[in-house]
Design a protein around this ligand. Structure first.
Ligand code: NDP
Length: 310
């Protein structure tokens, strides 16, 4: 039977994904129709991103699964009208991009790149940076992105501690979990990377209490989601020097409003949610594989636990 695949994401992406999904589904041997406009009760799979505008899944009575193009699913995970499986995006290209972005920003802090630019102004302070073996980096979140990032940092010889909800055993990474684990991880962290999802349990993971646990002058890199950090607490910690610098890619409100204190703060770097993005070529392969699996009666990849919100 022909399966109908609705593409419900930014219209600008349709010309990019249409040939990729067509090729992938054809190669997967799926009998399909692909489009941006079906009668809701005729749709079998939705390829989804929030900017496609679809919010009410009630009329989608034949739906088998929603396949998110985004890794973060906080905008759909609690949608009560969605009663079929929801898969999120785990994409090699997205992961590689995030790894590169985080490693770059960790190295900026580690090597003191900003300070040494002042050499151009005649400031000759010949202090070589420490080695990575002498630097403690903490990655909050050890999922698809956090684990790959932690591995990349460990491969550069950083001392990497990772923190997750469940206990883990990852070679080369000191893995901690739970509230005590967070406290222990932050107490030593000179650089903190946030790669947690936005869920009710992760809101304000960094707040006045947890920021106070950090060694004075620690740096923060947040490519996860804005609500992971209590913004007022971070600004207070930046102003007191408890936090030395923060690189923030994600915010509670995006685009970050022009009047937000982060824009003007000398110890904050704002980037416009570009740490990484879903890469169409590799992401389309993931979507097609999940549709193939659905039609073959095999379990879907990367299912979201709706109770946990990620
Ligand atoms: P995953 O779901 O694979 O991993 C999430 C990790 O967070 C897991 O290790 C999980 O623990 C941990 N976690 C979840 N809840 C808690 C909690 N309450 N306490 C401690 N740890 C917790 O997600 P990804 O790695 O694929 O992505 C992470 C986030 O990155 C996305 O949700 C998204 O918000 C963000 N992102 C940002 C992008 C950008 O450009 N800025 C691009 C893409 C994603 P456990 O392993 O035990 O389940």
């Amino acid at each position: 039977m022909t399966v109908n695949v609705l593409f419900s994401a930014s219209p600008a992406l349709w010309p990019v994904y249409e040939p990729l999904l067509t090729n992938g589904l054809t190669e997967a041997g799926v009998d399909f129709r692909l489009g941006t406009d079906f009668e809701p009760d005729q749709v079998d799979y939705v390829v989804y991103a929030p900017n496609g505008g679809l919010q009410d899944f009630t009329p989608y009575t034949r739906l088998k699964a929603v396949l998110s193009l985004w890794a973060g699913v906080e905008k759909i995970a609690d949608n009560d009208s969605l009663t079929v499986p929801l898969a999120r995006m785990v994409d090699h290209g997205l992961t590689q991009g995030m790894t590169e972005w985080v490693v770059g920003h960790v190295l900026r802090y580690h090597l003191g790149m900003d300070q040494h630019i002042t050499v151009q102004n005649g400031n000759w302070t010949p202090d070589a940076p420490p080695l990575a073996t002498e630097r403690q980096v903490c990655v909050l979140g050890l999922g698809a992105l956090g684990k790959a990032t932690a591995h990349a940092l460990a491969a550069l010889n950083f001392n990497v501690t990772g923190w997750s909800r469940s206990a883990k055993d990852i070679a080369g990474i000191a893995c901690l979990h739970g509230e005590d684990g967070l406290r222990a991880a932050l107490a030593e962290a000179e650089i903190v990377v946030l790669l947690l999802p936005d869920t009710p349990a992760t809101v304000n993971t960094l707040n006045s209490e947890t920021l106070a646990l950090l060694p004075k002058g620690a740096c923060i890199i947040n490519p996860g989601r804005g609500p992971l950090i209590d913004d007022d607490a971070l600004l207070t910690a930046l102003n007191s020097g408890q936090v030395g610098h923060a690189t923030l890619d994600v915010f509670r409100v995006e685009p970050l409003p022009a009047e937000h204190a982060y824009w003007a703060h000398p110890n904050v770097t704002v980037t416009p949610h570009i740490a990484s993005e879903t890469r169409p070529v590799t992401a389309a392969q993931v979507i097609c594989e999940n549709i193939r699996r659905g039609e073959a009666g095999e379990p879907f990849l990367h299912l979201v636990n709706r109770d946990l919100g990620y």
